[in-house]
Design a protein around this ligand. Structure first.
Ligand SMILES: [Zn+2]
Ligand SMILES: [Zn+2]
Length: 189
């Protein structure tokens, strides 16, 4: 069991996760347009996206994220009115992660906010590979692609399990009324 150490690139926003093991969460490379747009919005494409245009995402229970410093620098954007809540540290535009609404118990934590050495120490589950590859910037060969069916089944199973366990609360990102802690900036693209 190990915790992940969380930090934005300038070190103002810091946090940690609950204890995790190799079975916690789902790790994937997401090539989708929206993840690419988020990196572009932050002007962090070079830091966030790999050569395929993919963002490494680690989907864990929402309540596992604890912010210990720099709460006031947390900001939020949505690509459209119904889009995901995309959280970032506005001090240095480091993406933090993506969530749905307050009752949905996950956050897709973005690799940029995770201290790399803590990933090695935690012996996390393996990365399952690339998803949404039709949006990729170059060909993703089949051995690098994640099985969509396997990933979706795992995510649905986790969501039900985490919801039953009440792991959507406490949340750094939503207050007790289910409102986001900061007003999201909504883009219309
Ligand atoms: Zn920062
Ligand atoms: Zn995506």
């Amino acid at each position: 069991m190990a915790k992940l150490q969380l930090t934005c690139s300038c070190g103002t926003v810091r946090g940690t996760t609950s204890d995790m093991n190799g079975k916690t969460g789902t790790r994937i490379m997401c090539c989708c347009n929206d993840c690419q747009s988020f990196a572009k919005f932050l002007e962090q494409e070079g830091n966030v996206l790999d050569s395929y245009g993919a963002t490494e995402i680690f989907q864990i229970p929402l309540s596992y994220v604890k912010i210990t410093e720099g709460n006031e620098q947390i900001a939020c954007m949505r690509l459209s009115k119904k889009g995901m809540y995309r959280w970032y540290a506005q001090c240095c535009n480091t993406p933090i992660g993506n969530t749905m609404t307050a009752g949905i118990p996950f956050i897709g934590l973005i690799h940029s906010f995770i201290d790399n050495s803590s990933i090695k120490d935690a012996k996390l589950s393996d990365n399952l590979g690339y998803l949404q590859t039709k949006f990729a910037r170059k060909t993703v060969y089949s051995d690098q692609q994640a099985s969509q069916f396997f990933v979706m089944s795992k995510i649905v199973f986790n969501l039900i399990n985490w919801k039953i366990k009440g792991l959507h609360k406490p949340s750094v990102f939503f207050n007790d009324n289910g409102q986001p802690v900061v007003e999201p900036k909504i883009l219309n693209i």
